[in-house]
Ligand binder design. Structure first.
Ligand SMILES: *[C@@H]1O[C@H](CO)[C@@H](O)[C@H](O)[C@H]1NC(C)=O
Ligand SMILES: *[C@@H]1O[C@H](CO)[C@@H](O)[C@H](O)[C@H]1NC(C)=O
Ligand SMILES: *[C@@H]1O[C@H](CO)[C@@H](O)[C@H](O)[C@H]1NC(C)=O
Ligand SMILES: *[C@@H]1O[C@H](CO)[C@@H](O)[C@H](O)[C@H]1NC(C)=O
Length: 394
């Protein structure tokens, strides 16, 4: 069973289980963007702790449309256990990355450290434990700043940001520390996650409890000791159980998504999940348990002291988010990861935000994955988001 204290730096999900088997050598551009008629550039960004992240840019619309005009940069940051591919799984008319490119934006797609296209490091090998010794604090402190600097420099403009799930948490945590805001035009947060206290999925709750050592859950969650073949067998068991298909496997994590296309879900399961560090999962589990947003808790006072100069981890206080930072939040009534009550707690932290700088959208039918992969997101979410971006272009 996993322990909180000194959680060992390992992968939570073995990369060879999933999309890593698919065309591992090809980049995201040649795999999923260029074949559809979009120009695509592969870029690499090195974080200050040495991780080599891949970043894809779609500079124009389909077949080069919209060239020559001033295009505002927008960065898409995916959630946990997936990678930039999640923005590209529907048709071009339905997928956010292509919609933004076709409607005049300069689109940048990031891939979190450890995922298939961002596996490199200047000195560490991904098979080593030290490679996986990070939590989402390092995404706040190292990944996002490196990516923002890069896009800002290349495009010569401040960015719009779109985060989903963990991509919202790392953004909110960054903003609360005053990071990124000098290079940001506005931020759209889809399925915002800050507090996790009311997370409802049984699988999620069990995982969370297992990661902080509250329950003994021998296999599927505490995969610290799990090997590839065991993981494949668990997935097969889920997917091939009578009456259960992989569509339901996703549902059991995210809540009942209203609007997913079954063939998109098949594609999703071909490319995802992607690995993350065990420490990230433990960190999320601590948020679920404690109801407070803090940095990673080493539990042992001496270890917290070593990292933070104090015996308890510092709080990310979301009331410190600058009140004039333009933010668009969209959340769903059926979302079991980003529960309505947890979003309300986040909104309470933002209650003194300038009303002309905060747009909040609630979609009764939407669950977690609908915001990225739902076929109706192009009608109900993305148009208000892009008009928010246009209203905050400065
Ligand atoms: C893009 O080019 C392809 C191939 O020439 C063509 O079939 C398609 O209709 C074009 N799409 C647009 C939106 O111009
Ligand atoms: C994986 O673990 C299972 C159960 O612990 C074991 O039976 C199997 O031999 C292991 N496979 C490999 C390739 O190590
Ligand atoms: C679902 O995806 C398939 C395959 O891409 C496509 O043919 C179909 O039109 C999609 N359905 C909807 C409702 O978007
Ligand atoms: C956040 O800051 C506010 C204002 O300084 C303070 O009232 C609140 O207690 C802080 N919250 C946490 C969790 O520390």
């Amino acid at each position: 069973m996993m322990q909180v204290s000194g959680a060992r730096p390992t992968r939570w999900w073995d990369p060879t289980v999933s999309g890593d088997n698919v065309d591992a050598g090809a980049g995201l551009c040649s795999l999923a963007i260029a074949p559809l008629g979009y120009q695509c550039e592969e870029h690499q960004v090195v974080t200050k702790d040495g991780y080599i992240l891949s970043l894809q840019r779609i500079p124009f619309g389909m077949n080069g449309s919209g060239g020559g005009t001033r295009r505002q940069p927008v960065l898409l940051q995916h959630g946990v256990l997936v990678d930039g591919m999640t923005w590209l799984l529907n048709s071009p008319e339905e997928s956010l990355a292509f919609i933004l490119a076709d409607s005049g934006f300069d689109v940048w797609i990031s891939n979190t450290r450890g995922t298939r296209f961002s596996r490199g490091h200047v000195s560490l090998n991904p098979t080593s434990r030290s490679y996986w010794d990070w939590s989402w604090d390092e995404l706040v402190a190292n990944d996002l700043p490196a990516i923002f600097d890069f896009v800002y420099e290349k495009s010569g403009q401040k960015l719009h940001y779109v985060g989903h799930s963990l991509g919202t948490l790392v953004a909110l945590a960054s903003f609360s520390e005053g990071r990124l805001v000098d290079k940001l035009k506005s931020a759209a947060l889809l399925s915002p996650v800050a507090y996790l206290t009311h997370m409802q999925t049984p699988l999620g709750i069990l995982c969370a409890k297992a990661f902080v050592g509250e329950v003994k859950y021998p296999t599927s969650c505490t995969s610290n000791n799990i090997n590839t073949s065991t993981m494949i067998n668990i997935l097969k068991t889920f997917c091939h159980h009578p009456g259960v298909d992989c569509y339901d496997l996703m549902t059991s994590f995210t809540g009942i998504n209203c609007c997913l296309n079954a063939s998109t879900v098949d594609l999703f399961l071909k490319y995802e999940p992607q690995p993350t560090s065990t420490k990230t999962m433990v960190h999320l589990a601590q948020t679920f348990r404690d109801g407070v947003l803090t940095k990673y808790d080493y539990v042992r006072k001496d270890l917290n002291m070593e990292s933070y100069g104090r015996t308890t981890p510092p709080v990310y206080n979301l009331t410190n988010i600058p009140a004039d930072l333009p933010m668009f939040l969209s959340y769903g009534g059926k979302d079991c990861l980003s529960d309505v009550r947890d979003v309300e707690q986040l909104l309470d932290d933002l209650k003194f935000h300038r009303t002309d700088k905060l747009a909040v959208q609630f979609l009764e039918d939407f669950a977690h994955a609908d915001f990225v992969m739902g076929v109706t997101a192009k009608q109900v979410v993305y148009p208000s988001m892009t008009s928010f971006f246009h209203d905050h272009d400065n």
